[in-house]
Design a protein around this ligand. Structure first.
Ligand SMILES: NC(=O)c1ccc[n+]([C@@H]2O[C@H](COP(=O)([O-])OP(=O)(O)OC[C@H]3O[C@@H](n4cnc5c(N)ncnc54)[C@H](OP(=O)(O)O)[C@@H]3O)[C@@H](O)[C@H]2O)c1
Length: 281
């Protein structure tokens, strides 16, 4: 049994991580922003004291809002990440820091390797990239786990949004020119736990599902598994949906090592079953 502390433990991923780690017999303290504001180094130090494992799942995740308030995103995603890393190192704890596909430019045609150069094209991506550097500098043994296209029960997410829109609209237009790996937060939680239990060395890891798809194909599969007609989903382009922040065309992350990851459509079926949105896959 080890003692885990999760900053951002009230978020979509952090809530599932706390549950998965607890289920496997460890002691977990899951902290929200009211319990520990990671922009405050002393608060981070108090949180990490006595921990064996610290996971930083706290982040400024409003990708579009970050374009007009990069300083606020930086304070959390870079300075906050540095504080948690410094605190974890001081406490002698292992550190898992959660990062994102947005640290890459999204323009390649191949999956991004763990050691591919960072080239963020959005304010959010820049602040997360700075966070990765800060974490490596403060805690050289840290595991930096990049993820993407997360969905889970404890946050607003793409799957829930599509099912809500399906109630209100006969047809939906969904972008078909962005590629990624839909990833269930419980799978990412299991992946993080497996990394720690395997005593993985510090470095970069890609915690996304196997396989890849587009938002359009993903939505069709959500419809199909939920007993809705996938023909109600039409393909469209990113150009037709302008957003403040640049969206990567290619968010697919390579898996060069680390514990096994499930196929995205197998996990989607399991997620929908777990939320009672579907009876069978
Ligand atoms: N969602 C995705 O699709 C996605 C994709 C790629 C990477 N990621 C990364 O995955 C990680 C988890 O994302 P998520 O979607 O689970 O995030 P989320 O649901 O938005 O949760 C964010 C968490 O950060 C906490 N937080 C906010 N401000 C804080 C502060 N000043 N001090 C301490 N904690 C603070 C929140 O606490 P309160 O709720 O208590 O305020 C909450 O627990 C993040 O690192 C994110 O960058 C997410």
């Amino acid at each position: 049994m080890s003692r885990w502390v999760i900053t951002g433990g009230t978020g979509m991923f952090g809530t599932d991580l706390a549950a998965v780690v607890r289920e496997s017999g460890h002691e977990v303290t899951a902290l929200g922003s009211a319990d520990c504001d990671i922009r405050d180094l002393e608060a981070a130090r108090a949180a990490a004291a006595g921990a064996d494992v610290v996971v930083n799942a706290a982040a400024y995740t409003a990708v579009d809002a970050a374009e007009s308030d990069e300083a606020a995103a930086f304070a959390l995603n870079a300075i906050g990440a540095r504080n948690v890393a410094r605190a974890a190192r001081g406490a002698g704890a292992r550190l898992v820091h959660i990062s994102t596909d947005y640290v890459f430019d999204g323009g390649d045609s191949e999956p991004y390797a763990e050691d591919a150069p960072q080239a963020p094209r959005s304010a959010y991506g820049r602040t997360k990239a700075a966070g990765e550097w800060a974490v490596r500098a403060e805690h050289p043994d840290a595991l930096i786990v990049r993820t993407a296209w997360l969905y889970g029960e404890h946050g607003p997410n793409f799957v829930a949004t599509m099912l809500r829109l399906a109630q209100a609209h006969e047809t939906l237009n969904v972008v078909d020119d962005q590629h990624g790996q839909p990833t269930w937060t419980r799978d990412l939680a299991r992946y993080v736990l497996d990394l720690i239990e395997a005593k993985a060395p510090g470095g970069y890891f890609h915690g996304t599902s196997k396989g890849s798809t587009t938002w359009y194909e993903f939505t069709r599969e959500i419809f199909r598994l939920s007993g809705l007609d996938p023909e109600r989903v039409n393909p469209t382009t990113s150009e037709a949906f302008p957003r403040p922040a640049h969206r990567p065309a290619n968010s697919v992350l390579a898996h060069s090592g680390g514990p096994p990851r499930p196929e995205w459509h197998v996990s989607l079926a399991a997620y929908l079953r777990s939320t009672c949105r579907v009876g069978a896959s």
